[in-house]
Every structure is written in C-alpha cells, then in structure tokens.
Design a protein around this ligand. Structure first.
Ligand code: F6P
Length: 326
C-alpha cells in the first residue's frame, strides 16, 4: 500500500499513439485504486496539463478499454510545453490540483517532458509506449508487437497480388529513425531485402543483387521492406524501375500501423508497466523509466535511461543476411 503522503497522481499519453496505451491507462487507474491513490487523467498530453484539461479517473472510466487501440486520453505533441512559460503553466496545474506525481506514457519526447517537470520538483515515471521500439533503456515498448503484426498481415496480402502479377513490392514501414520494426517485419515476411537506417544502404548490393539472386533462384516476385528512416520507398521504387525494368508497386503502410486491437503481448506489457509505475510513485520513487530488461519489467533512472542507446540486434542482422543471401 502507498506511503501516506501520496494521495493524488496524474496520467497522460503523449506523442504518437500506440496500441496498448489504453491497457496502460487502465493498469495505472486500477493500481491507483488498489493503492488508495486518486488518479487524474490528463487529456491531450502536455497540452492538457497546461490547459487543465483533466478528468478524475474512476474504475468505470477504464472498463472495456484493455482491448481498444488508440488512447482514451487523446495524445498530442505540445509545442507550448517546449517553452519555459508552457512548462510553468503545467507545473502550476500540478500544484493547483495537488498532483504528487505524473505517469507519462509515450516515447523519448514524452520522457524529456517528464524530465522537465521533475526539474520543478514533480515526481515522474515514464512508461515506454511507441510502435518504434526505439527506447534505448528498454528491450520492449508498448505497441511494437501489434504494429509488427499489422504490418505483417498487410504485407502478406501484398505478397499475394505481387505473386499473381510477378511484380516487385516496395513497402515503407514506420519506425522514426530506427529500423527495429522494419527488420522484425522483414524477417517475419521473408522479404527479399530490408533497408534500415542503422546500416548505410548500398543499393547495388542490398537491393539489385538480392533481386537478381532471387530471380536466378526461381522467384518471379520480390518484397523489399524500407524503414522510413532509411529513405523513401517511392524514390527507391523509381531507382529500381530504372535499373531492372521491373513492374514495381510502392506501398507506404503509414498510420495503419498505429491502430488496431492490441495484441496479448502489448496488453500484458502495458498492464505490468502501468502497475509498476504506480507502485514506484506510491513508494516515493521518482525520475524512473519503466523498462523491460532480460525479459522482465524493471525500472531505471530517467537521466541514465535517456542516455542509453540500443541498436539493432546484431544477430538479427546476421539472420537477415543469411535469409536474404540465397
Ligand atoms: O513514433 C511513432 C511514429 O508513428 C513514427 O513511427 C513516425 O515517424 C511518427 O510517429 C509519425 O508521426 P505523426 O503521427 O506525427 O505523423
């Protein structure tokens, strides 16, 4: 149970939404009820904190949302919160409402916002929620599994039609500046080639030769996955058409990857992380990022966590080379 001093905390979602954010909100609210802490939902990310866009969260507010994509608290990227005036207004709201802690669910930008609040003496805990899986201190971020499955499902459909028409498909997947999603999806779909920002692209070797090898091995359709951070699928498509005179179709999967029913993995990760966040605040801990370490939910100091970098798994890059080597 909570230390007597923690009576009321706030929860917000910020940045790009991710499937499973609702499950995390639910977990925070239910853990607060268990700890006898009042939970205030802050709508529209840091804008809500600035504008006092709030709602007291009761058990009923989080009923039937564990399975819903998006975020019932809405999300935003707040420009105003980047300014000292905006931050001061957010802090004023925390003081006015008597919020003794804030749980922020989102990515790197969300955590930097929490860090700013902590400089004003507010207790903060961050929960990694982004389809990009690009938080350096955590092996996993809420939404990644669902987004990967959405991408795989759609690429499988593309493959059917590419096969019928003996075409080459170039599919751009999200991931911001990281290639985690693209690499994972590429392995899951048996792609001909995968381009990620972490490895400089050698078009001749990474695309042309892979397609040539695949053709010699008997393939008549090809699937190229491009992480958005590795360049535009459209321009790779044009280059490819010119180089090999193939019938190329470009698909940018886009925001479809951010929606949909969260997978069991995302719901459980979100539930564990939400509970841990409240447990930390209830016991007087602050400036923590919830993370997954060696497969288990853990937490790390916010400053240290934000400084941590995690590249692609080198073993997966080898697997990619092996599987696309032919
Ligand atoms: O961080 C999540 C993400 O979907 C990235 O993969 C992508 O680069 C970005 O957000 C898109 O942002 P917006 O929703 O502003 O288009």
């Amino acid at each position: 149970m909570s230390t007597p001093s923690v009576k009321r905390i706030g929860v917000l979602t910020s940045g790009g939404d991710a499937p499973g954010m609702n499950a995390a909100i639910r977990a925070v609210v239910r853990a607060c009820i268990y700890e006898d802490i009042e939970c205030i939902g802050i709508r529209r990310g840091y804008n809500g904190l600035i504008n006092q866009d709030i709602k007291k969260m009761e058990e009923g507010d989080v009923a039937h949302i564990i399975n819903r994509g998006g975020t019932v608290l809405y999300s935003a990227r707040s420009m105003e919160f980047m300014t000292p005036e905006g931050q001061q207004r957010a802090v004023d709201t925390c003081k006015l409402l008597g919020l003794q802690g804030i749980v922020g669910i989102g990515g790197d930008g969300t955590f930097r916002g929490l860090q700013a609040l902590s400089h004003y003496g507010i207790n903060v805990v961050g929960i990694p929620g982004t389809i990009d899986n690009d938080i350096g201190c955590s092996e996993y971020t809420i939404g990644y599994d669902t987004a990967a499955n959405t991408a795989v499902e759609n690429i499988d459909k593309l493959r059917d039609t590419m096969q019928s028409h003996e075409r080459c498909s170039i599919v751009e997947v999200m991931g911001h500046t990281a290639g985690h999603l693209a690499l994972y999806v590429g392995l899951a779909t048996g792609a001909t080639a995968v381009l990620v920002p972490e490895r400089p692209v050698d078009f001749q070797h990474d695309v042309i030769e892979k397609i040539q090898n695949a053709r010699i091995a008997g393939r008549t359709h090809y699937m190229i996955i491009v992480a958005e951070g590795a360049g535009s699928a459209q321009s790779y498509g044009e280059k490819l058409k010119e180089a090999l005179n193939l019938d190329v179709r470009v698909t940018v999967l886009g925001h479809v990857q951010r929606g949909g029913t969260p997978s069991a993995r995302d719901r459980v990760a979100a539930t564990r992380m939400g509970d841990r966040a409240v447990e930390l605040l209830a016991s007087g801990k602050t400036n923590r990022i919830i993370c997954v370490k060696n497969g288990k939910v853990s937490d790390v100091d916010m400053e240290e966590g934000l400084a941590m970098k995690r590249g692609l798994y080198t073993q997966d890059l080898r697997v990619l080379d092996t599987m696309t080597g032919i």
